[in-house]
Design a protein around this ligand. Structure first.
Ligand SMILES: C[S@@+](CC[C@H](N)C(=O)[O-])C[C@H]1O[C@@H](n2cnc3c(N)ncnc32)[C@H](O)[C@@H]1O
Length: 302
């Protein structure tokens, strides 16, 4: 018989960092996300971001101040830094990342790539962006940045309006802010919207999308450019009972530890059925590909 209050056992994946990391890695393996990013940084980043940064002094003489918000283990940051270094040989890179394990991995990456990152000085801040902002206010730190990036981390910041306003203030004149976030038209967003309440558990993540970010910028009367990037996640294994990778992908999608076992049966059935709907996935005879499209939002401070 169904346990009436089984929902209390659904816990946010973010509360078990080891499982979170495994789920994130499985998601990356089954979406080819790493290759999509690498290609995006190699082919689009220069034209859409780097060319837009305008410094007052000559490029090779001024130190470029960069801030990464929610940098995780640093792979995306590394791609951006290597691109930036070809134009700006001196970079001061502030890393804001609250998770200890992520930060350690990032530091390890920097050590292993010491030679290619020799022009970068790192300022490590193991804390949430909101706490960093508060500390700066208390100490009167008004450092401004030429480039700020927030890659898939805004979901962890409940007060979106306040965070975006503060990021805009932290941007120097001539600077660029890059936000990468799920598209409101993606299948995964439809899933989040439909099951928002049932799958909430003790989950503090928001379902913020590109549309929410644009709404805030509209309110602030700021103009941004939005670039769509298609991404498909192969979720076929989620439909094979007992498949370990399928379970981890499900955990990642629902942001819930062991979602297949923790969710009430009816919820799980509805969830699995909805994943296959045309607004969410492309279904063929042997594959189910979930639409995980994201947008790159670029905004310049003239
Ligand atoms: C999905 S990961 C993205 C990591 C990385 N940017 C990437 O694209 O690979 C989101 C990151 O945001 C971090 N995070 C969570 N809450 C945060 C907050 N309030 N401020 C800054 N970062 C936060 C998490 O620890 C996690 O590393």
């Amino acid at each position: 018989m169904e346990t009436p209050n089984k929902i209390v056992y659904m816990r946010s994946l973010y509360k078990d960092l080891e499982r979170y990391e495994n789920a994130l890695k499985t998601f990356k393996d089954y979406s080819g996300e790493y290759e999509v990013y690498k290609q995006w940084y190699e082919t689009k980043f220069e034209q859409l971001v780097v060319d837009k940064i305008k410094l007052e002094e000559q490029e090779d003489q001024q130190e470029l101040r960069v801030m990464g918000v929610g940098s995780g283990s640093g792979e995306a940051d590394y791609e951006m830094l290597t691109e930036l270094l070809s134009r700006y040989p001196k970079i001061r890179n502030t890393v804001i990342e609250p998770a200890d394990q992520m930060m350690q991995k990032y530091r390890h990456l920097v050590t292993s790539q010491q030679q290619s990152l020799s022009g970068v000085v790192f300022d490590w801040r193991q804390q949430k962006y909101e706490d960093y902002q508060q500390d700066c206010q208390q100490t009167g730190d008004v450092t401004k940045f030429h480039f700020i990036h927030v890659v898939h981390s805004l979901y962890h910041m409940p007060d979106l309006d306040a965070v975006l306003e503060s990021l805009w203030e932290r941007l120097d004149n001539g600077g660029v802010l890059l936000i990468i976030i799920t598209s409101e038209k993606s299948g995964i967003h439809h899933v989040h919207e439909k099951f928002n309440k049932e799958v909430k558990a003790d989950n503090t993540m928001t379902n913020a999308t590109s549309a929410d970010v644009q709404r805030v910028f509209d309110k602030l009367r700021l103009t941004c450019k939005v670039y769509l990037q298609p991404l498909r996640l192969d979720i076929t294994k989620c439909f094979q009972d007992g498949d370990r990778d399928g379970d981890l992908i499900l955990d990642f999608l629902a942001n819930t530890i062991n979602f297949r076992n923790a969710a009430p049966k009816i919820l799980l059935e509805d969830y699995m059925q909805f994943l296959k709907e045309a607004k969410c996935s492309e279904v063929s005879s042997d594959r189910v590909l979930l639409n995980m499209d994201w947008n790159a939002i670029v905004i310049q401070k003239e």
